[in-house]
Design a protein around this ligand. Structure first.
Ligand SMILES: [Zn+2]
Length: 260
């Protein structure tokens, strides 16, 4: 009788733990984004969401900081800030972001490449791996980088200039023969105005000391992992810099200038 009772208690305890853990499940295949790329292009750089909150929605991603103070990289749940000295600083939970894209990285595809590819060749290679161009993908490329040209942007003061002005003062770093990871997303073309259509990648060295927003690269040996994202969660800032931004005009030409 006593053993039966004990058995019952164990079963109830196990069920309870299972129930609790299933309630706390991480969002799957969901891209979580703070603000829109056009708001950032217009100069809406006021941080809105704390990284403590962003972390609840992803362990992998890219973005920027309040007053556009550098490039953000999240890898394996660690968040880094690449400032204009090219160095990677750990991000505190209280720091705020005006723009970020994150997800919990769980790849559906894993491919090893053993040939030398330029950035354009790499993008064409990944293009062929994507089952459709109509959903989002998180992309992680870990390997030997023969070359990486990356940048960061300097922190701005109010009144904030548009991003196309800020990038005129961007600082460019060049990496030669470094091991590292390219982290980013592929977004469908219909995302225009909200996100960056096609590829947007940041770089972090394996020693996690340096990185930046990728402008160009050559890679020779790498593992490409792709996470299919078929859900998109957009958080719009409530601050004046977003609410007063001019978000009616077409900024695709501006985006091209800023990204490359
Ligand atoms: Zn970027």
């Amino acid at each position: 009788m006593k053993i039966k009772k004990l058995y019952l208690i164990i079963v109830i305890a196990v069920l309870f733990v299972f129930l609790i853990s299933s309630c706390e499940q991480k969002p799957k295949d969901t891209l979580y984004q703070v603000s829109t790329i056009d708001a950032l292009l217009d100069g809406a750089y006021d941080g809105e969401i704390k990284f403590g909150e962003v972390k609840k929605h992803g362990d992998f991603g890219i973005g920027t900081f309040d007053a556009i103070d550098g490039e953000m990289i999240a890898l394996d749940g660690q968040f880094y800030q690449i400032k204009t000295d090219g160095k990677a600083y750990r991000v505190s939970s209280a720091t705020k972001t005006p723009f970020a894209d994150v997800c919990f990285f769980k790849p559906e595809q894993r491919i090893v490449i053993k040939k030398k590819l330029t950035f354009d060749q790499l993008k064409q290679f990944i293009d062929k791996l994507l089952p459709t161009k109509n959903i989002f993908y998180a992309i992680k490329i870990k390997g030997n980088f023969n070359y990486v040209k990356a940048r960061s942007v300097p922190k701005q003061k109010k009144p904030y200039p548009p991003l196309a002005e800020v990038v005129k003062d961007q600082v460019v770093f060049e990496f030669h023969d470094k091991k590292g990871t390219a982290i980013g997303f592929y977004s469908p073309s219909y995302v225009k105005g909200i996100g960056v259509p096609e590829y947007h990648m940041h770089f972090l060295q394996d020693n996690r000391k340096k990185g930046g927003h990728i402008l160009d690269l050559t890679i020779s040996h790498a593992v490409i992992e792709i996470d299919y994202l078929d859900k998109f969660y957009l958080v719009l800032p409530k601050n004046a810099s977003f609410l007063n931004a001019d978000l009616a005009k077409d900024r695709q030409a501006e985006l091209q200038k800023v990204e490359k």
